[in-house]
Every structure is written in C-alpha cells, then in structure tokens.
Design a protein around this ligand. Structure first.
Ligand code: ZN
Length: 342
C-alpha cells in the first residue's frame, strides 16, 4: 500500500510517498481503508520535531481519520468489514483508572495516532478496534475527517472541561481554525454569545458567518480592550484557547470575574507569564484540556448528523499530493480544514 511518510524532521520536513507492506490486524485490531484524513497543527509539530516526546521515523502522520473497516482481528466482535468508522486519535489502554471512568483523554498509557504510531496519510491504517467510532449515516467521510479531532476537542473544552451556560460570553480564539470554527458553532448552539478572533479579513468573515457576533484582530495593539468593550466592559466567561504565548497571556485581560481560560494547545509558545493577583481576586481559572474522550467523539458525530455542527473545509488533496496539503498547512492561510482524501 502507499503511505506518505516523514523520513527526516525539518521545516519543511522530508516526506516521501512510499510503497510499504499493508499491515495485518492483531486479534484486537481492525484494518481501516482510509477515505479521508484531516490535517492538524500537531502534524507540523511532528514534522519539526516540536513535540516533547521524539517520534520514531519513518512515520506516517495523520490522526483525523475516517474510513471503512477492511478486515478485523480474530477477537473483534463489534465491527465488520464494510462498517463506516471514525477513529479516536487519543489512543487509550481501556484499563487504567482514568479509562475506567471514561476519561480516555488522560489515559496513563495514552498515545497519539499519527505520532506514536502510523496514522492516516496512507491507503490503510491498523488500529485497536476499541478506538473505532461508528459514522452516522448522514455524515460523510470528509465531514468526519474535518470534525472528529478539532470538533471533538472543542466539544470537550466547552461541555466537559468547562460548562458553557446559555447567555455566557465565549471568546473562541482563531475562528477560522479547526477548534475555533467548531467552538463558535457549539457555543452559539448552546446559547452563548460568541466573540472570535482572526488575523485576516477572510478569517474574520468566516468567523462571522459561523455565528460570531464580533471578530477582533489579535495583531491590534490592545485587542483585549476591544473584547471588553464588546461585552459592555464585563469580559467573557470562557476563552477557548489553543494559540498560547502572548495571546494566552492577553486573553486573561478579556476574562470576566469567575471566568475561565480553557487551553488545548500552544501553537505560538508554551511558556507564558501569569499574574496571579487578578487570577485569585477575580476567582478565575486556567483549565487544561487534552484531546477528547470517546464519548465526545460520538457526540460530535451526532451534532454533525443533526446539522448543529458543520464542517468547514478549506481544501482537499489526494494522497499523492499530500505534500501540497502540508505546504498549504504551513502557510497558516487556510480557512477551515485541509483534508487528504482517497
Ligand atoms: Zn488508560
């Protein structure tokens, strides 16, 4: 089978479309024919060797996979060839104390699909059957590959790690990104009022189309003041944050009393300065959020089936053009998700 492999780290890294042996499923595994796989910022971190844990090369990236079960291991009972599936990319053991209470996202033996093992920029991928989630009939492969990682990350942030309430103000950072575009839609559907951010007019327009009442440019000198002005000087109850660096530091200046910044990433910097005085005086919180639980993924797909959460797709590339998909991701000019399709 063909696999798009990272051979050497770099900016850009060295990728090759190689012919590799088709994997054979172990008893508890399934072989999935990949139909669509979304790109995410983690693919760039893998490419640049920017992850805390080194990945073994060659590695086939790609964690946001939708496809069809092609073969099952001898012990697999719940799945059959032909089943349409998405894959939970936070791989989990299913046995530790956190998995037992349904929090697979913080599994003690957690691994990342497409980082710790080969992912979806290939014709097939082999995976533990327990990580499969059934695709509802009304959700196509592209929608799944555009929503299941970023969309479920946003759902996990807004409904598990924090609980958005009707009437809350939510600041969804990066409204044209995967997490941001989903966060706007989810928060809006749950009755919140949403402000978003975008660094180009095209990105700000997309965020407005998705339901943001106002969209600010984080390149402006005192953009948090604009957020406070928009909320009648009150500030927002929740910040859905994935940018990190100075943007995360500044986002605390947007926060209402009792509010929370929920962070699931740090694309521009992992080290931040935090002034504890306003944090405790205003009883604010900084909440970490990592990926999603299997339940979040199933729920994300139900939202997609009902039309409450719509995929925002920037562009699609065939597996043979996966290098072009990465080049597009590196520009950071994309509006929504970039997909590689079969
Ligand atoms: Zn576990």
């Amino acid at each position: 089978m063909k696999a798009f492999q990272l051979i050497a780290h770099g900016q850009p890294g060295n990728f090759q479309l190689n012919e590799v042996p088709r994997p054979v499923p172990q008893p508890d595994e399934a072989l999935v024919a990949v139909k669509a796989c979304g790109l995410n910022h983690i693919d760039l971190w893998l490419e640049e060797a920017g992850l805390p844990i080194p990945a073994q090369l060659p590695r086939t990236p790609g964690g946001e996979i939708a496809g069809i079960v092609a073969e099952t291991g001898t012990a697999v009972r719940d799945w059959q060839p032909g089943d349409r599936v998405a894959i939970q990319s936070n791989l989990f053991c299913g046995e530790c104390e956190f998995c037992r209470r349904g929090e697979e996202s913080i599994c003690l033996k957690g691994q990342l699909l497409g980082v710790d093992c080969d992912g979806g920029f290939a014709e097939f991928t082999v995976i533990k059957a327990a990580t499969l989630v059934r695709l509802p009939a009304g959700v196509d492969f592209q929608a799944s590959a555009a929503l299941t990682l970023a969309g479920s990350t946003a759902l996990h942030m807004l409904t598990d790690r924090a609980c958005v309430r009707p009437g809350d103000w939510v600041l969804a950072m990066g409204g044209a990104s995967g997490v941001g575009s989903a966060a706007i839609q989810i928060a809006k559907h749950l009755g919140a009022r949403v402000v978003s951010t975008g660094r180009t007019e095209a990105k700000r327009e997309l965020a407005r189309q998705l339901g943001a009442e106002a969209v600010v440019n984080t390149d402006a000198p005192d953009w948090p003041a604009e957020v406070r002005r928009l909320t009648g000087k009150r500030g927002v109850d929740l910040v859905i944050e994935h940018i990190g660096g100075t943007v995360l530091e500044q986002s605390f200046n947007c926060l209402a009393r009792g509010g929370a910044v929920v962070t699931c990433g740090a694309t521009t910097g992992k080290d931040v300065r935090l002034n504890l005085w306003p944090l405790f005086v205003k009883q604010q919180r900084l909440i970490g959020s990592y990926g999603r639980n299997r339940a979040d993924m199933a729920e994300t797909l139900r939202w997609a089936e009902r039309g409450w959460l719509k995929p925002v797709i920037d562009s699609e590339f065939k597996l043979g053009d996966a290098d072009k998909a990465f080049a597009r991701l590196r520009t950071q000019g994309q509006l929504g998700k970039i997909l590689v399709t079969a």
